[in-house]
Design a protein around this ligand. Sequence first.
Ligand code: HEM
Ligand SMILES: Nc1nc2c(c(=O)[nH]1)N[C@H]1C(S)=C(S)[C@@H](COP(=O)(O)O)O[C@H]1N2
Ligand SMILES: [Mo]
Length: 349
Amino acid sequence: MARIALPPRLTDWTLLLVVGVSFATGLLSLVAGTPGEWWVFVVHGVAGLTLVVLLAWKLRRVWPRLRAAGRDRSVALSALLTVIAVGSLATGVGWVSGVEVSVLRWNLLNVHVLFGLLLVAVLPVHLAARLRPPDPDELDGRRSALGYAALGAFGASVWLGQRALNRLRGTAGVRRFTGSRERGTEPGNTFPVTTWMADDPDPIDVSDWSLTVAGAVEEPLDLAAEALEPADALRATLDCTSGWYTVQDWQGRRVGDLLDRAGPAPGATHVRFVSVTGYRWTLPMAEARDALLATHVGGERLTHGRGFPLRLVAPGRRGFQWVKWVERVEVRRGPDHAQWVVIFTSGFD
Ligand code: HEM
Ligand SMILES: Nc1nc2c(c(=O)[nH]1)N[C@H]1C(S)=C(S)[C@@H](COP(=O)(O)O)O[C@H]1N2
Ligand SMILES: [Mo]
């Protein structure tokens, strides 16, 4: 291993690159919901796994200094960073292998995301104290090529091997390309209720609820529950970023039909779906038209936890984008960037 190890500076800079790629693909994975986006998960897993080797190379070099840390604050921080990096790896691999733990209602994937965020939060402090420029003297083309080949081979073979092993063991469960495991295999309200952050409205009384369709439209609509009896159906996969999915037949109203009745005004490009809690998500017009506002799932009326009386069903989107308890559809002349903040803050008073 010593002979193929990258030289010190190159190891450090490669570590930085790999953490960057892992973090970026980790974030991207949260919005990857169509099969064409499978590569996000592969790059994330393979890059993440190469950290095992990079950390081993690095720790072999710096271990004596880490042990002698004493009162040196920047070395203490390096030690903390090591723990966080190892934690990110262990939780990632543990989750993929089907290890079941729950820390305050959090599963291993949630803990993994937390470790990833911690890593990227603490890393800049470490870099500010320790980052050294690349060293041209240590560069040796043949040795570096060998080092990178070893890294790639390790990452790819462990990734593939782990998949094969999990399939053999059968215990890690069948997973979608997003890594999610199936929950709620029966039709109807059988899947978990997932509330993100603080959204927790009281059950909605339909006699004082209605759906408003407004914004950039010729004629705003205000529809009572009776006007929304299911007329359309759609089979779609709800895939939550906390690692589970369910395939269900949803019944309700095609958004395109509601929009046709309201008549989008010139320049309308997006459609925003707003919950009674303020939680919201916006889809481009064409995608919104094919989405469903569901009142039923698997032939059953939605339960309160699953968004009764009306929830968005957005095929190819991840669960957090399927707004529950919808009371407003707003046609817009542009996207909505503030939604990224609102999904974290809605429901807090
Ligand atoms: C920045 C440091 C991170 C590192 C080093 C890292 C590393 C890893 C590793 C090693 C795995 C297991 C791959 C395997 O064994 O096949 C994994 C899985 C996973 N990570 Fe991360 N990760 C990081 C951050 C994140 C973040 C920030 C997110 C999400 C916001 C995330 C989401 C995931 C997901 C969804 C999986 C499961 C992928 C699958 O099932 O194929 N990771 N990660
Ligand atoms: N208004 C609102 N809609 C929401 C959420 C929320 O917290 N508030 N959670 C989202 C998340 S993270 C997921 S995975 C799905 C879960 O739907 P379910 O509870 O019916 O399983 O709803 C989404 N819609
Ligand atoms: Mo979710």
